[in-house]
Design a protein around this ligand. Structure first.
Ligand SMILES: Cc1cc2nc3c(=O)[nH]c(=O)nc-3n(C[C@H](O)[C@H](O)[C@H](O)COP(=O)(O)O)c2cc1C
Length: 134
């Protein structure tokens, strides 16, 4: 089966636990129905999300997400074919930003726009490895 991986970043608008919970409930319901899995890294200054699954389903989800008013500056970093899922066990994993992620200061200073696609994919590879290790 064809699989793609999409990674985008955005700036949360009106971020709090209630907003995040609502996003996660909606994401998990939809993603389970469409064969999408992934992870959402969340912090007051940043959403960094990986979506993986059938191309048409992932593209359609991304189109809906891109116009969602709960965030701004939605920027697509990666859209590529992959052979395996990184987060196959999660309809949408929710991850508070780890200490090894770019700091808020670095993000404000444009770290993501300077990062290569490989740097950004590496964030999720590391997260998946940590998740697998428990
Ligand atoms: C940061 C963020 C991440 C989201 N992630 C997903 C997702 O993984 N899957 C999804 O279907 N919707 C996601 N959404 C919600 C979509 O933008 C949209 O509201 C939803 O898909 C509409 O679904 P509904 O018509 O079933 O309510 C996300 C929204 C935000 C702000």
């Amino acid at each position: 089966m064809d699989l793609i991986q999409v990674i985008y970043s955005s700036r949360p608008f009106g971020f709090d636990q209630g907003v995040l919970n609502a996003i996660l409930v909606q994401s998990r319901r939809n993603n389970a129905a469409f064969g999408i899995t992934g992870a959402l890294i969340c912090r007051a200054d940043l959403y960094l999300q990986l979506l993986e699954g059938p191309p048409a389903a992932v593209d359609a989800a991304y189109q809906r997400i891109a116009v969602d008013s709960r965030h701004a500056d939605v920027t697509l970093h990666v859209r590529k074919t992959v052979t395996e899922r990184l987060f196959g066990a999660w309809a949408m994993r929710d991850d508070p930003a780890r200490s090894w992620l770019w700091t808020q200061g670095e993000i404000a200073d444009g770290a993501l726009s300077r990062a290569s696609d490989a740097d950004i994919v590496a964030v999720f590879t590391r997260l998946a490895a940590e998740a697998a290790a428990g």
